[in-house]
Ligand binder design. Structure first.
Ligand code: C2E
Ligand code: MG
Ligand code: MG
Ligand code: MG
Length: 280
């Protein structure tokens, strides 16, 4: 887009745009180099966001979210660095770190398995699609079998699950370890209804963008209600992400949605704050 605009505006502007482009390329290259090094783990952190049952507002589980606090660049969003990590094949090591770090922190605070009965971990669809990476994931959970039994994988999609049979095979082998599965951001990703038919998942997670517009857009209401009914008809659970106010919660409750997560209840927090939150 920048190059296209540069052409339209004129040659004198061109150097400005190409300069901007090389800045982006340099930034990406820097992140690539750092993501390839094991030093990066020193600056990773896991935060936890509670998930609640809509009927009685009890806590059903927590979602683990990664944070990269860069010593020079500050906070780098997972939305920016996860796709890069996927491109360079760094996800297996990152997932291993997330799983073992969450297990360690939750164990140390005695929150699992009594107080927190389910831990949701985000895993890229691409990881489940590459034989070697999926096997690595299976290995990590096999080494942490007690933890695996309370874990649920949220399949996040930055690209389509292009080879459904590979994913299906690994989802089944992970389910044998006791893991549960959820489709994250359902309705915005690439999981079509025909894929859903072949995926043995336990939950659909409705994307925040629909919850956001529940109060103002009739179409979003229809989509949210349909996804809840779809999950119900499949005999699996539904959860809404990004719930920020009571009106949204009431709508979800009236539609029969099972669970909710969002700033209305709690923001993602470090382990110490989670401990306090669970005690309160
Ligand atoms: P996601 O799994 O759909 O996570 C939900 C995102 O929404 C999180 O952003 C969370 O902090 C944010 N959120 C939660 N409640 C609310 C709310 O009420 N309002 C608003 N506005 N936002 C809310 P975050 O932590 O920046 O993560 C972004 C995405 O990065 C995640 O989306 C997930 O796809 C990916 N991600 C995060 N951690 C990991 C990880 O460990 N592994 C992988 N593969 N992906 C991860
Ligand atoms: Mg998620
Ligand atoms: Mg999500
Ligand atoms: Mg989302």
């Amino acid at each position: 887009i920048a190059l296209h605009n540069a052409k339209k505006i004129g040659d004198d502007q061109c150097s400005f745009f190409s300069h901007e482009l090389s800045e982006i390329a340099l930034h990406r290259q820097r992140l690539i180099t750092e993501l390839k090094s094991t030093d990066v783990f020193q600056h990773f952190k896991t935060v936890y966001q509670p998930q609640l049952s809509i009927s009685d507002q009890s806590i059903t589980g927590v979602e683990v979210l990664i944070r990269w606090i860069h010593p020079e660049l500050g906070f780098i969003s997972p939305e920016d660095f996860i796709p890069i990590a996927e491109d360079i094949g760094a996800m297996p090591n990152i997932s291993r770190w997330v799983i073992t770090n969450a297990k360690k922190e939750l164990n140390e605070t005695n929150l699992i398995p009594e107080k927190i009965k389910r831990v949701s971990i985000n895993i890229s669809a691409r990881e489940l699609n590459i034989e070697e990476q999926a096997q690595n994931l299976h290995q990590v959970f096999k080494e942490n079998l007690d933890f695996a039994k309370i874990c649920q994988i949220e399949i996040t999609e930055t690209t389509a699950i292009y080879d459904i049979t590979t994913s299906q095979k690994f989802i089944e082998s992970l389910k044998e370890l006791g893991l549960k599965f959820s489709i994250d951001d359902f309705g915005t990703g690439f999981t079509s209804l025909s894929n859903l038919k072949n995926l043995p998942v336990d939950e659909l997670k409705i994307d925040r963008s629909f919850i956001d517009k529940i109060e103002t857009e009739n179409n979003s209401q229809i989509i949210v209600k349909s996804v809840i009914d779809l999950a119900d008809n499949f005999g699996i659970k539904s959860i809404a992400e990004g719930v920020e106010n009571e009106n949204q919660l009431i709508f979800l409750k009236n539609c029969g949605c099972d669970e909710a997560q969002g700033y209305y209840f709690a923001k993602p927090m470090g382990i110490e704050d989670l401990k306090k939150f669970m005690a309160a």
